[in-house]
Design a binder for this molecule. Structure first.
Ligand code: SF4
Length: 323
């Protein structure tokens, strides 16, 4: 499963995975401009960094003062993941020293090609696989779980696994009470299902012990969980917490960015692509890129035999000539 354009905060959207979610189309994500590593007792999201208004009401409904699980915190692991620096809050955006020559027109073309919103990611993506009637922290857990299931797995397969899990009541406790064999049967045939059984169990135990059954609200803490990588963390921040913390780069985004020349030099990993894109792409577009390019990669810019003849970027794409 991959990311989407104009993500909805966990409040959801419709889809085959959870068709009842259609009433929950909601809030756009917000941009984060400061570090999220905090010590125990620190403000939940740092000054003006509160989540979308959705969460205030929901936190109150849960009897919590804050939507953050910070009171359960914890030791923050130091990780080599790029984050925004606090001083950037007060500085105007810097013009990038480099940007791809035709990126604006290429982006417009991709938006035009994606205007039908009819790629698998548009109706089976992570926004569509959680129970919109569940309590907020359960929904956030389901978002994280669907992301963990989604790596190396088609959206359709992830959605099917989520449906089977949800049919039994998908919470941290229910997963911890499910034996490994049964959990494996439920999530099969997602990619690397055996490893994912182990990671899901380990992560669920950590969430129960340290976060009261919720998920952490920082990239640093999310990527410290077993089986959670940077792409999942950024998508979880966007969908579960309504925060754009970085560009979520999966195999589609990585491939297409390189084909279009959106990285100054060729990159050989999604993380390097993320860093390269964040160097020049305006922040207000970060939340859009994943869903836009994932669907484009599913329908047009395929991994093998991309459909260049029907692509609006064929005259602007450096890779089109060689494909
Ligand atoms: S021209 Fe071909 S390789 Fe280039 S973006 Fe379009 S489909 Fe992808």
């Amino acid at each position: 499963m991959r990311g989407r354009a104009s993500r909805n905060v966990v409040a959801g959207a419709a889809g085959k995975c959870s068709p009842q979610d259609s009433s929950m189309n909601a809030t756009g994500v917000r941009m984060v401009t400061r570090s999220r590593s905090r010590g125990p007792g620190a403000g939940s999201r740092g000054g003006g960094e509160k989540a979308a208004p959705l969460w205030k009401g929901e936190a109150a409904a849960e009897g919590r003062k804050s939507p953050s699980p910070s009171r359960h915190r914890r030791k923050t692991q130091k990780l080599n993941v790029a984050y925004d620096r606090e001083e950037e809050d007060t500085k105007p955006p810097r013009a990038p020293s480099w940007e791809p020559r035709d990126w604006r027109q290429q982006l417009l073309n991709i938006r035009a090609m994606r205007s039908g919103k009819d790629a698998p990611v548009d109706w089976l993506g992570v926004e569509h696989c959680y129970d919109s009637d569940a309590p907020p922290k359960v929904r956030r857990y389901q978002v994280l779980l669907s992301l963990m299931l989604s790596s190396q797995t088609k959206d359709q397969v992830t959605a099917g696994a989520m449906q089977r899990l949800r049919a039994r009541g998908l919470t941290v406790d229910s997963i911890l009470q499910t034996d490994d064999s049964t959990l494996g049967t439920l999530i099969y045939p997602v990619g690397f299902w055996r490893s994912k059984v182990k990671y899901i169990k380990q992560t669920s135990a950590i969430l129960q012990q340290r976060y009261g059954g919720d998920i952490p609200d920082s990239v640093a803490e999310l990527v410290a969980l077993p089986g959670v990588g940077p792409k999942m963390a950024h998508l979880a921040m966007a969908v579960a917490w309504g925060t754009v913390s970085g560009i979520a780069v999966d195999t589609h985004v990585h491939r297409i960015a390189n084909r279009l020349g959106w990285t100054k030099t060729a990159t050989n990993s999604p993380e390097k692509t993320r860093a390269a894109l964040e160097e020049w792409l305006p922040r207000e577009l970060w939340g859009e890129i994943n869903g836009l390019l994932v669907g484009f990669g599913q329908q047009t810019c395929l991994p093998v035999h991309p459909r260049c003849q029907g692509c609006l970027n064929r005259t602007l794409c450096p890779a089109a000539r060689g494909l």
